[in-house]
Design a protein around this ligand. Structure first.
Ligand code: NCD
Length: 309
């Protein structure tokens, strides 16, 4: 099994053996990180980060990961300063960037754009989020966080919030299912997970999640409460957003009902779905989650580029 020279576009493309290997390599990278060691595994290599949509964690943690491995980074954030604003196609942009870099991490608002880029590029392409579709590296860091904090056993995981437009949950449900976890879906009716994804994970792994509308209903059941932001920017009608905005919040009241040892995860950014008063509680793992993301992205860069330890 080797991920060398492959693309990473969807969590659905990964086998369990590949995910196992990524998690194992992430463990090694985490030990470098915690010892503040920077091995020169990717010295002389260049990562291009092409971020057509806002990002804080994904872009910076990819860049940090590449620097920690001794490599360099080029790229842009927003297409205003690029030739895309003059009408250049994504395909042409990619055909040039592949001459300047050895690997691409890309985020774009259009679903399927990362697949298109991967088909055009001779170098590996990593999907850092394509519209409401997929965000596989986030799902890998989510499952790595769950492994570190709870162990990869049969856990009860509740995915909460915007399950319709949230790409992180569209990826994560594949990895949770792969590891035989029990999944519950908690969302307003209008923001339920797309039926085709539910059918796909059911067909592949037999996953058959129960649906709820309130986090209160799963508080004493969940080992992991995975909370997401309502994806305002994806709503075709802002009135529809107003109807659901502020409809759920993790607060002390909810935690009082929570199962012992439950952890709260969130891909971040949060808006109002986790109260600040939770940040100091032992269950709050969302900032650790962002830290684990560097280790996972180091592992991915190393594996896709065939770097040697
Ligand atoms: C998420 C994203 O961009 O999909 N953020 C992230 O990558 N950590 C979640 C979000 O924007 O709500």
């Amino acid at each position: 099994m080797s991920l060398k020279a492959k693309d990473l576009i969807s969590a659905a493309d990964l086998t369990k053996a590949e995910v196992d290997e990524i998690l194992k390599e992430s463990d090694v990278m985490l030990s470098y990180l915690t010892k503040r060691k920077s091995p020169d595994i990717l010295k002389g290599k260049i990562l291009a980060t092409l971020f057509f949509e806002p990002s804080t964690r994904t872009r910076l943690s990819f860049e940090s990961a590449m620097c920690r491995l001794g490599g360099s980074v080029i790229g842009f954030s927003g297409n205003k300063g690029t030739s895309l604003s003059k009408g250049e196609t994504l395909k042409d942009t990619i055909k040039n960037v592949e001459k300047y870099a050895d690997i691409i991490a890309m985020r774009n608002p259009v679903e399927g754009s990362s697949r298109l880029a991967a088909n055009a590029a001779k170098i590996p392409v990593i999907n850092g989020g394509d519209g409401a579709n997929q965000h596989p590296t986030q799902a890998l860091l989510d499952i790595f966080t769950i492994k570190q904090e709870k162990g990869l056993k049969k856990l009860n995981v509740a995915l909460c919030g915007d399950l319709k437009y949230g790409r992180t949950v569209h990826s994560l449900i594949y990895l949770l299912s792969m590891y035989g976890m029990e999944v519950a879906l908690v969302s307003p009716k209008s923001l339920r997970m797309p039926e085709w994804i539910l059918e796909d994970v059911k067909g592949r792994y037999g996953t058959n999640p129960k649906m709820y509308e309130s986090m209160q209903d799963v508080a004493d059941w969940a080992d992991v409460l995975y909370v997401t932001r309502i994806q305002r920017e994806r709503f075709p009608d802002q009135n529809e957003y107003e109807k659901v905005s502020g409809s759920y919040c993790v607060d002390n009241d909810l935690l009082r009902k929570a199962k012992k040892g439950m952890i709260v995860l969130h891909p971040l950014p949060r808006v109002d779905e986790i109260d600040d008063e939770i940040d100091c509680k032992p269950c709050a793992k969302y900032f650790d989650q962002a830290f684990y993301g560097i280790a996972v992205r180091m592992a991915l860069l190393k594996m896709l580029m065939g770097g040697k330890r």
